[in-house]
Design a protein around this ligand. Structure first.
Ligand SMILES: NC(=O)C1=CN([C@@H]2O[C@H](COP(=O)(O)OP(=O)(O)OC[C@H]3O[C@@H](n4cnc5c(N)ncnc54)[C@H](O)[C@@H]3O)[C@@H](O)[C@H]2O)C=CC1
Ligand SMILES: O=C1O[C@H](COP(=O)(O)O)[C@@H](O)[C@H](O)[C@H]1O
Length: 262
């Protein structure tokens, strides 16, 4: 992918993990509704490559897409407890605006930041906490129907469906990454569920790099590290995207300390 990559939500946690990992591997156009300080820009990226706009603004998004080859769409309200008015505007309307502007500009592919919360209602009382543990073989693989556990998850399922529509009607390549729980340096502490769906910063950057480089039609994949205890399959991400994660939450104790003591 030689054309610029538009990264929405560039100033946030996922955006920064991506830029720290692969910031020098692509030509970037960074978009966020908040200004990005210089320490949030990868080497070679200047203020000229930064757009401070809202993803719900059709005119701004149309301009932002000009000449872009691929989009990583992260911008939105990430709170599982977010109220309907916020996810309706930022996550659903914003995502539709991004897809529509991408199609109008002839963008080739869009990677959409979906979430574990699009399927969190599969975690029923009878399945938990066993499904979070190594000796349980329950797996979601991306072929199951969405089953959101909150309105935020509903908005992510809506984003996945918008991606399906723009792929089928317009031929846009779309990958929806159901991101688990991103943390830096170590898995979430004392949180079995979070450790089963941990996504390390370096695996996050590599995964979205593969989303930019790989060829696909419409895909839903899980974005977690290669955790020994997991309830999301990463086989589809490996097969279609060439994802090769390096981290595993089992290398850490439940308290988040490295087992080898390093
Ligand atoms: N951090 C995680 O573990 C997970 C994140 N995700 C998804 O990944 C995406 C990024 O999440 P985080 O980086 O954690 O969130 P964050 O809150 O750290 O970053 C989101 C960024 O998007 C910007 N933004 C929000 N609404 C916007 C709008 N309407 N227009 C333009 N910019 C806007 C914010 O200013 C912020 O910089 C979100 O869509 C979230 O739902 C999904 C699963 C897990
Ligand atoms: O989608 C998201 O999921 C992660 C993990 O969920 P949690 O309920 O275990 O915290 C969350 O941290 C993140 O903010 C959210 O966007």
């Amino acid at each position: 992918m030689d054309d610029p990559v538009l990264l929405t939500g560039a100033g946030g946690r996922v955006g920064q993990a991506i830029l720290h990992g692969i910031g020098e591997g692509h030509e970037w156009r960074l978009l966020d509704r908040e200004p990005l300080s210089a320490d949030r820009l990868p080497p070679g990226v200047t203020d000229d490559d930064v757009i401070v706009e809202d993803v719900t603004d059709t005119t701004a998004m149309t301009e932002a897409m000009d000449g872009v080859g691929a989009v990583i769409h992260l911008a939105g309200d990430p709170r599982p407890e977010a109220p309907w008015n916020s996810v309706l505007e930022n996550n659903i309307d914003g995502t539709q605006t991004v897809f529509e502007a991408a199609v109008d500009a002839g963008v080739e592919k869009v990677a959409f930041a979906s979430s574990n919360h699009a399927v969190s209602a599969y975690e029923t009382d009878t399945r938990t906490p066993d499904m979070y543990r190594t000796d349980d073989d329950y797996r979601l693989d991306g072929t199951e129907l969405p089953r959101p556990g909150n309105l935020y998850g509903v908005s992510k399922a809506a984003g996945e469906t918008l991606g399906r529509y723009y792929h089928d009607s317009e031929g846009l390549s779309v990958v929806c990454v159901r991101i688990g729980n991103l943390t830096a340096d170590h898995p979430p502490r004392n949180y079995e569920r979070g450790q089963a769906m941990w996504l390390s910063h370096r695996d996050c950057a590599h995964l979205f790099d593969r989303c930019i480089r790989a060829d696909y039609g419409y895909e839903i994949v899980y974005g977690i590290s290669d955790n020994e205890r997991k309830y999301y399959s990463i086989e589809r991400a490996k097969e279609v995207l060439g994802y090769e994660p390096q981290d595993d939450s089992a290398a850490y104790t439940l308290a988040g300390e490295p087992r080898d003591g390093t």
